[in-house]
Design a protein. Structure first.
Length: 209
């Protein structure tokens, strides 16, 4: 059955059911649907900010032990070791003890919006949004994805996004690349937030079984 295109989707995935979390580089500009078919991944969202000309990351990014961008400053991001999804956690990056990390703008901490968010003007205003985070449901730790399309009626400011994720019960959240980059593919739910933009990298999740 084909996935249904929708303008807004939020999911939470129990960590103990995740086999692998992967950052997938996309130098050839493949569509997200074709990447899902190629890899067999179950969930996907777009990643962090990148230079649209060179396709190189401009926020901290490390993939399977190879640093794609570090920069002179440290930012809060998510880090984990390859094939160890339960190791996923919030830390200051860059941190070279970890195989993978990704960062952008942290918007939620301890279940509450961060008042003084750090982001540049290109990420301000109302636009399509993508976020990754963590929540707990009856003591069960879950990986969370949120995506809304860059369309009227769904665009959000960073502050409105943070307040929404508060209501969803997220404990921690990082806002990723947005606007026309915002997109997600959720195979189990047979739902997709579609964008024609073929971004430089995606976050993929593979489930056990």
């Amino acid at each position: 059955m084909a996935v249904r295109k929708q303008n807004e989707i939020a999911v939470s995935i129990p960590f103990d059911k995740i086999k692998r979390i992967q950052i997938y580089e996309n130098p050839k500009g493949k569509s997200l649907a074709s990447i899902m078919k190629e890899t067999g991944a179950d969930y996907a969202i777009n990643g962090t900010l990148y230079n649209m000309r060179t396709r190189n990351a401009v926020c901290p990014l490390r993939i399977d032990g190879v640093t794609k961008f570090a920069g002179p400053y440290k930012y809060f991001g998510y880090a984990w070791n390859t094939d160890m999804p339960m190791s996923f956690r919030t830390i200051l990056v860059p941190d070279y003890e970890w195989d993978n990390w990704i960062a952008c703008s942290r918007i939620l901490r301890n279940g509450t919006m961060i008042e003084n968010m750090i982001y540049n003007s290109a990420m301000g205003g109302s636009r399509g949004r993508t976020a990754i985070g963590i929540k707990f449901v009856n003591g069960e730790r879950r990986l969370c994805f949120y995506v809304c399309a860059d369309r009227n009626g769904y665009r959000r400011t960073p502050q409105k996004l943070a307040h929404l994720l508060e209501r969803y019960g997220w404990d921690d959240a990082i806002m990723l690349d947005g606007g026309g980059s915002s997109q997600g593919y959720f195979k189990k739910e047979q739902r997709q937030v579609y964008s024609s933009r073929r971004v430089a990298h995606y976050i993929l999740v593979y489930m056990k079984g």
